[in-house]
Design a protein around this ligand. Structure first.
Ligand code: ADE
Ligand code: ZN
Length: 349
């Protein structure tokens, strides 16, 4: 990894750090830092193939999405109790507060846990307890998006949905949407047409990962077959000019994750990232951290990396944070409140 771009000026760095922002693409299991992973392994008597935190961290050298997913699913095996999910989520909220993330829409993958015999109610309860506590204590705004693993059959997504639906009333304040993640290539959106149709009928917001490693056709099919409202990643949309024009016209949000793209070799160098080109083409792009414990940084680290490598201006950075609030699934009055806070921040700085 080389970079020949100049370091960020100190005033731009502190401007970015203080910007109010929303995170719309974050896998809670991807916030499990090696230190907590080790502590939970010890508490739950799970054997790890690494002797130290440093050894584990050194294994975070990925060649593609699958090489990451193998480690990520293995790491999630230390999560066993409600308290484990609670501590992981509380730790992520701490990072949000330091990075001035005002609102987060958080993915979780129940199948990663139910496959190991952990009840779906344990997963919901631990995540929700931390989010509700942060809302009550600090006014931290959040929502959860239950995601299906696309490497598994659609039938198993239906089973997961049926297991989760009895909990809907209990988590109506948080559970707003359905997502689709895991290994993209060879698992096209059309595989999940029926279960997404059911989720749509149930009134959930819909999103899907597409165009991360998969081709632009997967982005188009996620829109046309799954009827998603946002695309997670979507960076490969740039290969199809017709799709680009459509995304710009419809202002379909793309939740882009720069450090993730670098770590998973979607781009070779941050200076080659297409985020600025997507923004200039009129797409509603946002910056997000994806799996920050694995990819080297939370929200501000992602903003700082692209600001430096792509030499983004204040206007471009503010546009990206504005997009994050506009693309959120918050009620309109909440969006307006956060956009006003952003305006106030810009006037004061
Ligand atoms: N699950 C966690 N992170 C992911 C990513 N970047 N792409 C697909 N599935 C994921
Ligand atoms: Zn993701």
């Amino acid at each position: 990894m080389t970079t020949s771009t100049p370091a960020l000026a100190a005033d731009l760095k502190s401007f970015i750090e203080g910007l109010p922002k929303a995170e719309l693409h974050l896998h809670i299991e991807g916030t499990l830092e090696p230190e907590l992973l080790f502590a939970l392994a010890q508490r739950n008597q799970v054997q790890l193939p690494y002797a130290t935190v440093e050894e584990l961290r050194a294994a975070y050298a990925f060649s593609d999405l699958q090489s990451f997913l193998d480690l990520y699913y293995a790491g999630a095996a230390v999560l066993q109790t409600e308290q484990d999910f609670y501590e992981m989520t509380a730790s992520y909220i701490g990072h949000c507060r330091s990075d001035n993330v005002r609102h987060a829409e958080i993915f979780f993958d129940p199948q990663t846990h139910t496959e190991r015999g952990i009840g779906i109610e344990i997963v919901f309860a631990g995540i929700a307890r931390a989010l509700r506590e942060a809302r009550d204590a600090h006014g931290f705004s959040s929502a959860i998006i239950m995601s299906f693993l696309r490497h598994l059959p659609e039938e198993e997504a239906f089973i997961t949905l049926e297991a989760a639906l009895p909990l809907r009333d209990q988590y109506r304040d948080l559970w707003i949407g359905i997502g689709l993640d895991s290994a993209e290539r060879g698992n096209p959106p059309e595989k999940f047409t029926n279960v997404f149709a059911r989720c749509r009928q149930l009134g959930f917001h819909l999103v899907a990962h597409a165009g991360e490693e998969g081709p632009p056709e997967y982005v188009r099919d996620a829109l046309d077959m799954l009827h998603v409202e946002r695309i997670d990643h979507g960076v490969r949309s740039e290969e199809d000019p017709v799709l680009m024009a459509r995304l710009a016209k419809q202002r379909t949000p793309l939740t882009v994750c720069p450090l993730s793209n670098l770590k998973l070799c979607v781009v070779n160098d941050m200076t080659e990232h297409n985020l600025a080109r997507l923004l200039h083409a009129g797409l509603a792009v946002t910056i997000n951290s994806d799996d920050p414990a694995y990819f080297g940084g939370y929200m501000n680290a992602n903003y700082l990396a692209v600001a430096e490598s792509l030499q983004l201006s204040r206007t471009e950075l503010v546009k990206l944070t504005r997009n994050s609030f506009e693309a959120s699934f918050l009620p309109i009055a909440e969006k307006q409140r956060l956009l006003l806070e952003l305006d106030g921040y810009c006037m004061a700085h």
